[in-house]
Ligand binder design. Structure first.
Ligand code: ADP
Length: 504
C-alpha cells in the first residue's frame, strides 16, 4: 500500500503540498489513504499527533463525492471545520447545535451533490431518520464515497471512552455494504481492535498500526511525597525547574476535589493554573479550556474527563498527580504531550496508597485488576529493572504491553538515564517479606477474616512474632507498602472490590 503509482498518487502529493502545506507523509498516512481510495475498509491505529485527520481529509478532496465523518464530540468537530476553512476547504457539520436554517442548507447541498466533507455526531446516524434518508439518496446517486469513523474506540466497551451510540454504528455497513469504512483511533489494544471490527462489521478490513513508541517523549516516575501539599509543592518545583517560561502542560488528578485543591496550590506557588472536571458547568469549563488553549494559563489541572478533544499540539508536559487506572490509559493521557513532535516530558508521581485509592474507584470494572497491576509495574520499575527481572526501560514496558518489540530509548526515560550511571540503592529482599505476609494472611483466613491492604501493613508492623514486627518497623511505612505492592503485581494477592486481600 505504500506504492506511489496509483492513479491518484500524483494528485495526492500535489494536494499535500498545495492545500495542506505539508512536505511529506508521516508514517502510514500514505498506506491508509491508498487503501481507502482503493475502496477497502480500513482500521487505522495511529498514536496521538500521528495525523489521522489527513487520512480522510485528503481522500475526500481527491474523490468527487461525499465523505461522511463521524466524530464523538462537538468541540472536535468545530475545531476540524474551522481548521479546514482556514485551508480553504469547505467542511460542514450537522450537530445538535446546528440551527434549522443550517440543517436545511446542508440537506440542500446533499441533495444537489455539492458536499465533500460532512461531519456528524453519531446520534445523527442512530436517531435521525431524516438524515439517514438523505444519506440514502446521496448513496443512490452514487456519491457516497466513504465513511470515516474518528475516535473509533468509542464503540468498544473495552476502550476508555465508550459511547453507546457508537456501538450502533454497525448500521452503516448494514445499510451501505458497498461504501468503504475508514475507522481511526489512537487506542492500541488488540482486544479493542477485534471488538471494533465486529461492531463496525469490517472483519475483512486492511489493518494499519503504527508503533506506539513516541520517541520525543521523556518518561519518568518520582516518588510522591506523603503529605498532600508536599506533593503539590514537588509538582510546582518540577514545573518551575523545567518549564520556567510558562510552557503549556496538563496535571492529571484522580478526583475532582484533588483537581480543585492542586490547581489553587499551583497558583499559590506561582504557576498559573485552572481546573477542569465533569462536575463543572459547561460555561466555566469551556472558559478554563479556552484560557489554557490560548496559552494565557500555563497548566490545566484535570480529571481524565479532560481528554478527547484536546487539540493543542504544543503541550510540553503531562504530570500525573496520581497513577492512571491502566497502562493503556496512561499511554493515552501522557500521549497528549508533544503532538508537534518536539521534546516533551511525561512525569508520574507514584505512591502505593494511590493505587489503593484507584482500586477503590475502578474495582467494579471487568478487568481492573490486571490493568492496575500493569500500571503499577510501570510505576515501580527501578533502574535495575522490575521485581520480576523485567526491563527497566519505561518505553520498553509500554511497548511490550502493546505486544511490540522495544525500540531504542536513547536515554529518553529516567531509568535509562540513571542506568547510564551507578546504581545506588540495593533492591529489597521482597521474597522473604512476601512469605511473612502470606503467613499473616493465612492466619487471618484460618480465623475466617479478611484484611484490607492497609490492614495488612498494620498487621505486619504490629506482629507479636519476635523479629517480624520489629523488622517491619525497621522499614518505613512506604517501604512496607512497596512490598505489598510488589506482591500485588506479582499476582500473590487477590483483591475483592479493591479493598480486601487474600493469599492466592
Ligand atoms: P491525530 O488526530 O492523529 O492526533 P491530527 O490529525 O490532529 O492528529 O494531526 C496532528 C498534527 O500533525 C496536526 O497539527 C497536523 O496538521 C499535523 N500533521 C498531520 N500530518 C502531517 C504531515 N504529513 N506532516 C506534518 N504535519 C502533519
Amino acid at each position: 500500500w505504500c506504492q506511489e503509482n496509483f492513479p491518484w498518487s500524483a494528485k495526492l502529493t500535489q494536494m499535500l503540498h498545495d492545500v495542506f502545506g505539508l512536505r511529506e507523509f508521516r508514517s502510514l498516512q500514505r498506506e491508509v489513504i491508498n487503501a481507502a481510495l482503493q475502496g477497502r475498509d480500513v482500521l487505522c491505529l495511529l498514536p496521538s499527533g500521528g495525523g489521522k485527520s489527513l487520512c480522510y481529509q485528503l481522500p475526500a478532496l481527491v474523490s468527487s463525492g461525499l465523505t461522511l465523518v463521524v466524530s464523538p464530540l462537538l468541540s472536535l468537530i468545530q475545531d476540524q471545520v474551522l481548521s479546514l476553512r482556514a485551508l480553504g476547504i469547505d467542511g460542514v457539520c450537522l450537530t445538535s447545535l446546528s440551527s434549522k436554517e443550517d440543517v436545511a442548507a446542508v440537506y440542500g447541498k446533499m441533495d444537489r451533490g455539492e458536499l465533500k466533507l460532512l461531519y456528524v455526531t453519531p446520534e445523527k446516524i442512530v436517531s435521525s431518520k431524516r438524515f439517514m434518508s438523505k444519506l440514502e439518496k446521496v448513496h443512490q446517486a452514487g456519491r457516497l464515497d466513504r465513511i470515516a469513523i474518528d475516535e473509533a474506540h468509542c464503540a468498544s466497551a473495552w476502550g476508555n471512552d465508550f459511547r453507546p451510540d457508537y456501538k450502533k454504528l454497525g448500521v452503516l455497513k448494514q445499510q451501505f455494504p458497498q461504501v468503504p469504512i475508514l475507522a481511526l483511533t489512537a487506542t492500541a489494544t488488540h482486544q479493542v481492535c477485534e471488538d471494533l471490527k465486529t461492531i463496525l462489521r469490517i472483519g475483512g478490513c486492511e489493518f494499519f498500526r503504527a508503533s506506539v513508541n513516541r520517541p520525543n517523549l521523556f518518561y519518568e516516575v518520582l516518588p510522591k511525597p506523603a503529605g498532600a501539599s508536599d506533593a503539590t509543592a514537588a509538582i510546582v518545583a518540577w514545573i518551575r525547574k523545567h518549564y520556567p517560561r510558562g510552557e503549556s502542560g496538563i496535571v492529571y488528578c484522580l478526583t475532582r476535589k484533588d483537581c480543585e485543591t492542586v490547581a489553587s496550590e499551583l497558583a499559590g506557588g506561582g504557576v498559573s493554573a485552572r481546573h477542569y472536571h465533569a462536575d463543572m458547568d459547561p460555561g466555566p469549563r469551556e472558559a478554563a479550556h479556552a484560557t489554557w488553549s490560548s496559552g494565557e494559563v500555563q497548566v490545566m489541572v484535570a480529571t481524565v474527563a479532560f481528554g478527547m478533544g484536546i487539540n493543542k499540539p504544543d503541550v510540553r508536559f503531562v504530570v500525573h498527580h496520581s497513577l492512571s487506572k491502566s497502562l493503556e490509559n496512561y499511554y493515552q493521557e501522557s500521549g497528549r504531550a508533544g503532538r508537534d513532535g518536539l521534546p516533551a516530558r511525561c512525569l508520574m508521581f507514584y505512591r502505593f496508597s494511590d493505587a489503593l485509592r484507584q482500586a477503590a474507584i475502578v474495582c467494579f470494572e471487568p478487568t481492573w485488576q490486571p490493568n492496575l497491576q500493569a500500571m503499577m509495574k510501570y510505576a515501580a520499575a527501578g533502574p535495575s529493572g522490575g521485581t520480576d527481572g523485567s526491563s527497566s526501560c519505561r518505553r520498553a514496558i509500554i511497548q511490550r504491553h502493546f505486544a511490540e518489540a522495544p525500540a531504542e530509548c536513547r536515554c529518553m526515560c529516567d531509568n535509562c538515564c540513571i542506568a547510564a550511571g551507578p546504581i545506588t540503592s540495593e533492591p529489597h529482599d521482597v521474597g522473604r517479606h512476601a512469605l511473612v505476609l502470606l503467613g499473616i494472611l493465612r492466619q487471618q483466613q484460618a480465623k475466617e477474616k479478611k484484611a484490607t491492604l492497609i490492614q495488612l501493613v498494620d498487621l505486619w508492623r504490629s506482629c507479636k512474632d519476635p523479629g517480624v514486627g520489629k523488622e517491619a518497623k525497621a522499614m518505613s511505612r512506604d517501604e512496607n507498602e512497596a512490598v505489598v505492592a510488589a506482591m500485588m503485581y506479582a499476582g500473590l494477592l487477590e483483591l475483592e472490590f479493591g479493598h480486601t486481600a487474600y493469599a492466592t
